[in-house]
Ligand binder design. Structure first.
Ligand code: NAI
Length: 467
């Protein structure tokens, strides 16, 4: 049997499913293939969405146990992990069902099974029962995302040594959780299980947490996380982790060389990055070019070196973020419909859902210094923001960076309550080429967290009122 489409997309994550819906809006006939039983990819099934459910629950639990008393609420909360996991599963189900509904509504044909490009213009879908369906498509889009990077000498069994998938599904808080990597996944999931009662040790190769984010923001977040009881071993490389029974032993050495030591833990989370997922797609057979990191090489129109085959999201260079993949998907769907589409890669916000939350858009101070750009910086602490104080959440700050001569905003770094929401005001201003003074002249309602952004802008263009 063979079905004919304008576009066949392999992978129904935030890159693939968004591309599919947009292409359908553009009047194209679209097929999407995914091997998971539910559409939505890593993000909806075992990534962004379930982790946000656990982060939300564990934050509320922590607040109730530690912060309510100071606000006059007396209670002794108890966590029911099975009920929390059931809540998470319901959230995931509602979201993935939503994608299936949107496919039906927009006339997108979904296929469950493994997709393989057998030739340009042809995709074979092998279902779990071995049945093969052949799809013909003018355009084929690879949107297969990424998978956890593995460490030599560490075998993920999802029982004792976990990837993020296993760490999202634990049925009790481990006594001691060792986290390899102080990146986004390590800090988010480390925070979840710390708040639910685990002793957590984060082992990081570099001498700082969150590489790539603004150093001052990372330093302050590091201090806040230590206050919450997370232990850190920076400048330490995990060389080996071995599971035996209900215990794991890690071999750790100083990054600069020196004596090795062992750390024991009940569970280990491996969070050392993610790698593009291209295995089994038949790409090597048809000669698709990849780079030294295994990412598919594409041009600015997402075209690979083989005509009619495109790639978007985590399988191509760029930040491995759901919203970046979705933007790629929208742009490609428009290009394939003959429209104009561009993405400003300078304006992709990044959010780390710790408490306090960390968010950034544009350049860091380190990047501006390295590029020799003269800049002005303005910062404002949430301690001096009335709303943050009233919420009993006054840790963190806003830092804005603007061009020293033109005053144009170049970057924003926010650590604090709702940072992931606040950052978009700056992203919007930057998208229109806004200056610090523009932000300082916009009336912000009082009392709001957003006033901290305006105060940071005033700190550049004049002087902050409340500091
Ligand atoms: P990451 O790249 O953010 O951090 C990995 C860390 O592991 C680095 O700091 C690295 O120095 C360290 N490391 C590597 N090898 C090591 C070793 N042998 N011993 C000790 N430390 C070692 O990777 P992560 O956290 O696994 O996240 C993967 C991807 O998923 C990222 O691209 C991230 O952006 C994305 N993601 C985004 C989220 C968000 O936007 N909120 C949430 C979760 C993941």
């Amino acid at each position: 049997m063979s079905d004919h489409f304008d576009i066949a997309i392999i992978g129904a994550g935030p890159g693939g499913y968004v591309c599919a819906i947009r292409a359908a809006h553009n009047g194209l006939k679209v097929a999407v293939i995914d091997e998971r039983p539910a559409f939505g990819g890593t993000c909806l099934n075992v990534g962004c969405i379930p982790s946000k459910a656990l982060l939300h629950v564990s934050e509320r639990f922590h607040e109730a146990a530690h912060d309510f008393a100071a606000m006059g609420i007396a209670c002794e909360p108890r966590i029911d992990i099975a009920a929390m996991q059931a809540f998470k599963d319901k959230v995931v189900e509602a979201n993935t069902k939503g994608i299936a509904y949107l496919f039906r509504k927009n006339g997108v044909t979904g296929y469950h099974g493994k997709g393989r490009v057998s030739a340009p213009g042809t995709v074979e879908v092998t279902a779990d029962d071995g049945a093969v369906t052949t799809l013909k498509a003018r355009h084929i889009v690879i949107a297969t995302g990424a998978e956890p990077a593995t460490l030599k000498g560490v075998k993920i069994d999802e029982k004792t040594i976990l990837s993020s998938t296993g760490a999202l599904a634990l049925d009790e808080a481990p006594k001691h959780l060792a986290v390899i990597g102080a990146g986004v996944i390590g800090l988010e999931l480390g925070s979840v299980w710390r708040r639910l009662g685990a002793d957590v040790t984060v082992i990081e190769y570099l001498d700082r947490i969150l590489p790539g984010m603004d150093a001052e923001l990372a330093k302050t977040l590091h201090r806040e996380l230590k206050k919450q009881g997370l232990a850190f071993r920076l400048a330490s490389r995990v060389e080996k982790a071995a599971a035996k029974g209900r215990k794991a032993t890690l071999t750790v050495s100083p990054a600069g060389g020196g004596e090795k030591e062992t750390i024991e833990a009940e569970k280990v989370l491996v969070a050392i990055g993610r790698v593009p997922r291209t295995r089994g797609l038949g790409l090597a057979d048809i000669g698709i070019a990849t780079d030294e990191k295994g990412r598919i090489v594409v041009n600015e129109r997402f075209e690979t070196n083989i005509a009619g085959i495109y790639a978007i999201g985590d399988v191509i260079p760029g930040p491995m973020l759901a919203h970046k993949a979705s933007e790629d998907g929208v742009a490609l769907a428009d290009l394939l419909a003959g429209k104009v589409a561009t993405i400003d890669h300078e304006l992709i916000p990044a959010v780390v859902y710790t408490a306090p939350e960390a968010a950034a858009v544009g350049r860091t101070e380190e990047e501006l210094k390295a590029a020799g750009v003269e800049y002005a910086r303005g910062s404002f602490a949430f301690l001096a923001n009335g709303r943050a104080r009233a919420m009993n959440l006054s840790a963190g700050f806003v830092k804005l960076l603007a061009d020293a001569r033109s005053d144009r905003l170049l970057g924003a770094h926010v650590l604090g309550p709702m940072a992931g929401e606040l950052i978009h005001e700056i992203a919007a201003l930057m998208a229109f080429g806004g200056a610090a003074e523009d932000l300082a002249r916009i009336t912000h309602a009082h009392p709001t967290l957003s006033e901290a952004l305006r105060e940071a802008a005033l700190a550049i263009s004049a002087k902050a009122i409340h500091s």
